[in-house]
Design a protein around this ligand. Structure first.
Ligand code: F6P
Length: 534
């Protein structure tokens, strides 16, 4: 019902130039703040009526009750019968969180303190490898066991004062080979990060790392740590319980950076900065739980997403950090958003009536400007853009360069909104051309404009702010999923490919024939075999 009202409203306003709406008042009315983070969505075609309908959608979907159920530890991941409580990992001073009658906070704090002890021992040289102080940490994991820490370690590079951190995720041997080549096995700690401790890529890479280290190190087990929910499997792998950091199944893989999966980050930046990161996440949780929907950043970000995807029909969303430290954020968000909300059925198993979550992609500005922005500005499909920008960088002596970065960010959202008319385009080239050629040349320089974007602005990318940003996006995913009525916390869509890969391995190796495969797959196997795969 509310969807119909929104589509009807959109039909009424679709052709309007939203630039005409944007004045100082709108800039205030269509922006909100959480702490010192600003979310601006004035450069969209959402007006007061549209926003009211979108907020009614939240009420229709009972989002507030669903949110409270999540924070209360209810099993909202219904297909797996699990609570969704990554928020407990950053609930530093927020009181008890009860799951099945038990307060999980003592366990959370105990694991955090164990991580802190281990990270400090590594950073201060009390825990050593066979060759002395640990110089390099290699995190082996994939998906949520890689993208979060890899993104965050890069994002907080200015705060690094610990060992070098490397990330290996791909089963492609080129990945691990290039990382290990740069490390000394006698001073390297390998972290095997896998919630299930069964993921084939991770376990294969872990065994490769074990063999590499075993060539020179007597007790490889002593230089391995594990991050997992599967204590039995980490023991089978030969990792001592003192270096196993466990977490519960109510922490989803793509939501796990806040706990043990963040160990490499903690080693890089230190426990204190890691706690600041947790506090940033916790601050966003508190904001999400308390702020009115009109002021609620995760809810508003989600509603803008719904407006653009389900209402306007824009199938993709570009995430464009004007903050090079966030260069891995788009990849991280691809898993967070697409694995969470890329579902075809709602919680009750019936087909979705509206499209599922959008394709999420992006690159840092200004690099993207010299690559794909052409299409964003003049292509025939509208791509809503999400800009992220800090007021200050970390390079004090290069602040003028940061100002240029900021100017570019603001210029892009302005250009997307304003565009350039044919008259303006003609003026641009009138000195060079005339007659028909002037018309032709001018057409190429027209920008339709009226292309929406939002901007997330913050003072500086420090650990607290990174925590705010990640929690903001997590809750945005939650709200979008809740409105769509889907389960954002399972990922059945990754299963089929995994099963077929396992079945295909003996075929690729030439141990089994291709007779039970389709013609295309059989032909591809044949080509690769003729060229040396088996
Ligand atoms: O295949 C998808 C997935 O299950 C992700 O959800 C998860 O983050 C990733 O694989 C890695 O899983 P694990 O941490 O259990 O190795």
């Amino acid at each position: 019902m509310m969807w119909d009202k929104l589509w009807a409203h959109h039909a009424k306003v679709a052709d309007r130039r939203f630039e005409t709406l944007v004045d100082t008042e709108r800039a205030t009315a269509f922006s909100a703040q959480a702490g010192d983070m600003l979310f601006d969505y004035a450069k969209t075609n959402i007006d007061l009526d549209g926003r009211a309908l979108l907020i009614a959608l939240l009420d229709q979907a009972d989002v507030a009750a669903k949110r409270d159920a999540m924070f209360a530890g209810m099993p909202i991941n219904e297909t797996e019968g699990r609570a969704v409580l990554h928020t407990a990992l950053r609930n530093l001073d927020g009181g008890p969180v009860v799951v099945d009658g038990t307060d999980v906070m003592p366990g959370v704090i105990d694991t955090l303190e164990r991580m802190e002890g281990f990270a400090t021992d590594i950073r201060e040289g009390r825990f050593t490898g066979q060759g002395g102080q640990i110089t390099d940490v290699v995190n082996i994991g994939i998906g949520g066991s890689d993208l979060g820490p890899a993104m965050a370690v890069k994002a907080l590079a200015p705060y690094h004062d610990g060992p070098r951190c490397h990330f290996v995720s791909n089963v492609d041997p080129a990945d691990i080979a290039s990382v290990l080549r740069a490390c000394d096995p006698t001073t390297t700690l390998v972290i095997v990060a896998s919630k299930t401790f069964t993921t084939i890529e991770t376990m294969t890479n872990a065994r490769t790392a074990q063999a590499w280290m075993g060539q020179v190190v007597d007790d490889t087990g002593a230089q391995f740590a594990a991050l997992s929910t599967a204590a039995d499997k980490t023991a089978d792998f030969g990792i001592a319980p003192s270096r196993v950091f466990g977490f519960e199944d109510w922490v989803g893989g793509r939501y796990s950076l806040w706990g043990p999966i963040g160990l490499s980050l903690m080693m890089a930046i230190g426990p204190q900065a890691f706690r600041a990161f947790l506090r940033g996440g916790q601050a966003m949780d508190q904001h999400f739980r308390a702020a009115d929907w009109h002021e609620n950043l995760p809810a508003l970000l989600a509603l803008v997403g719904i407006w653009h995807n389900q209402i306007c029909g824009y199938a993709t969303r570009a995430v464009l950090p004007y903050d090079n430290l966030l260069s891995r954020l788009p990849a991280y968000l691809q898993q967070l958003e697409m694995e969470s909300n890329g579902k075809g059925v709602s919680m009750d198993g019936t087909n979705l009536e509206v499209p599922s979550g959008p394709v999420v992609w992006g690159e840092p500005g200004t690099n993207g400007q010299h690559a794909f922005y052409q299409l964003i500005h003049q292509g025939t499909r509208v791509i809503p853009c999400e800009f992220l920008v800090a007021a200050r960088g970390h390079e004090r002596d290069l602040h003028h360069q940061h100002q240029l970065l900021v100017a570019n960010c603001l210029a892009q959202s302005e250009a997307l909104m304003r565009g350039r008319t044919l008259d303006e385009a003609r003026d641009k080239v009138a000195e060079k051309f005339d007659g028909e050629e002037l018309e032709r040349q001018a057409q190429h320089r027209v920008f339709t404009g009226n292309r929406p974007s939002v901007t997330i602005a913050y003072p500086q990318l420090d650990p607290f702010t990174l925590g705010q940003i990640i929690a903001l996006y997590e809750h945005r995913v939650f709200v979008e999923g809740a409105v769509l009525g889907i389960n954002s916390y399972d990922q059945w869509g990754v299963e089929l490919g995994k099963e077929l890969a396992t079945a295909l391995q003996p075929v690729v190796e030439g141990k089994q024939g291709t007779d039970r495969k389709d013609g295309s797959t059989a032909a591809l196997v044949g080509f690769l075999q003729r060229n040396g795969v088996s």
